[in-house]
Design a protein. Structure first.
Ligand SMILES: Cc1cc2nc3c(=O)[nH]c(=O)nc-3n(C[C@H](O)[C@H](O)[C@H](O)COP(=O)(O)O)c2cc1C
Length: 297
């Protein structure tokens, strides 16, 4: 039997639709001893291989072309080229222009499944997802956020400022977004969902211990990288939080303890987002070793 490459636990119905699996075969080991009766453990050589299941009726005996992870004892010399995983993280860009073509449903399910395996503090898994693929709904949400932003930017500063200024003055706002907003061409509606055909709202379960926002960032990043590997473009949408000033949370079925804090647009990229590369800062890294400290950049 081929070595298992991925171990995935998911609902049988979900697995069937992701992997086009109709019948459990020798390599898909179902076990009745799980806590969740409707769940199975699937051991599979690779996603590509299991996709062939429907056609072949069985998992073919193939090996992954290239192992994604080298062995720990295979040291690489300094200055070696970036590997595939590193390159993916370096090359991913926010995509703000999409083709009209909808993302296949099973792609979205794969992305959600990768998200589900994310790290979280105390393994709280403080998230759940809302997927919106209805163009009218996305347009309506877009309009609401745009109108609200327009209202906020045209309001006199005293109305925007907090009524009761806090005694403790925090640090001044981060300079980069302020500069970007100041440089935005006047009168141009800010694009919110960028015409993407699919929007995922990773909701934050506010009961998560520690800082569930961090867990949400991890789950979102993992899903974004999954989408990237599938040839899709994505963009985080912090502006989505403005939807909380409307009945959209109810319309999307969001209730306590879940909170709408971010959205992620997903679609096939139109153009090449690499052209939108934005400068990266080299922040100081404090490095402690052998009783000494040095600064690295
Ligand atoms: C939490 C978060 C919220 C963001 N919100 C928005 C947004 O509302 N609209 C947008 O166009 N980009 C948004 N971005 C994308 C950032 O502008 C982008 O990641 C940054 O400029 C770096 O560019 P890159 O992603 O292409 O490397 C957001 C990114 C993060 C991480």
């Amino acid at each position: 039997m081929a070595k298992p490459w991925i171990v995935s636990r998911c609902g049988w119905e979900l697995a069937k639709s992701i992997f086009s699996v109709e019948t459990p075969s020798a390599q898909i080991l179902a076990t009745a001893t799980l806590r969740q009766p409707a769940s199975y453990y699937f051991l599979m050589e690779s996603i590509g291989m299991t996709n062939q299941l429907a056609a072949d009726g069985a998992v073919p005996e193939t090996k992954s072309e290239k192992p994604i992870r080298r062995k720990a004892n295979q040291l690489i010399p300094e200055g070696s080229p970036w590997n595939e995983v590193e390159e993916a993280f370096l090359k991913r860009r926010s995509v703000r222009k999409y083709k009209r073509k909808q993302v296949p449903e099973h792609y979205v399910k794969r992305i959600l499944e990768v998200g589900r395996y994310s790290a979280s503090q105390g393994n709280c898994q403080p998230w759940r997802f809302v997927v919106v693929r209805d163009r009218d709904m996305i347009s309506e949400m877009e309009l609401f956020v745009q109108n609200t932003l327009a209202m906020m930017s045209s309001a006199p500063p005293e109305e925007v400022a907090s009524e009761e200024p806090s005694e403790q003055q925090g640090p001044p706002p981060h300079p980069i977004p302020i500069k970007l907003l100041q440089e935005a061409p006047p009168g141009m509606g800010i694009k919110v969902f960028h015409g993407a055909p699919t929007v995922i709202f990773p909701l934050m379960d506010s009961r998560g211990i520690g800082h569930p926002e961090i867990d949400l960032g991890i789950v979102g990043t993992n899903m974004i990288m999954s989408a990237y590997s599938l040839g899709l473009g994505t963009c985080w949408v912090g502006f989505a939080e403005i939807l909380n000033f409307s009945d959209w949370p109810q319309r999307l079925g969001i209730e306590e303890p879940y909170k709408l804090v971010e959205a992620i647009t997903i679609g096939f990229e139109a153009g090449d987002a690499q052209h939108n590369f934005v400068q990266r800062e080299t922040h100081r890294t404090a490095w402690f070793e052998n009783g000494e400290q040095r600064d690295m950049y």
